[in-house]
Design a protein. Structure first.
Length: 115
């Protein structure tokens, strides 16, 4: 049987993929976040060292990516809730566009706040 990828090349499928990937990435981020918070419990020097490390440009770029992941996961989840609990309409692509727009706006706002 031949694989047909046309069924997977539509906006709703890509929204599904983004939602799943962002959820996994956020779950992988949590241990690092808890470790960073734990540094505050071990004293001011450990936390200060971590905060100095977090001032690097690469880490700032990762923070922007994290905000984009959070926004994508949040808006994707809200889109799914709307699909589940609201009446079926022809505005599903509009929901996708709205979710993508809010995600981009959140990332841009965070990026502009860094400068």
């Amino acid at each position: 049987m031949k694989n047909d990828f046309r069924a997977r090349n539509h906006p709703a499928y890509w929204a599904f993929i983004v939602h799943r990937v962002s959820g996994v990435a956020l779950a992988l981020f949590l241990p690092l976040h808890f470790w960073a918070l734990g540094q505050a419990l071990h004293g001011e020097a450990g936390l200060e060292s971590f905060l100095r490390w977090s001032d690097q440009p690469t880490v700032k770029l990762a923070e922007v990516a994290l905000v984009l992941l959070l926004a994508a996961h949040l808006t994707g989840g809200l889109r799914l809730l709307a699909l589940e609990f609201l009446a079926w309409r022809d505005w599903h692509k509009t929901l996708l566009a709205l979710a993508a727009g809010i995600t981009a706006a959140a990332g841009l706002a965070f990026l502009l706040n860094l400068t």
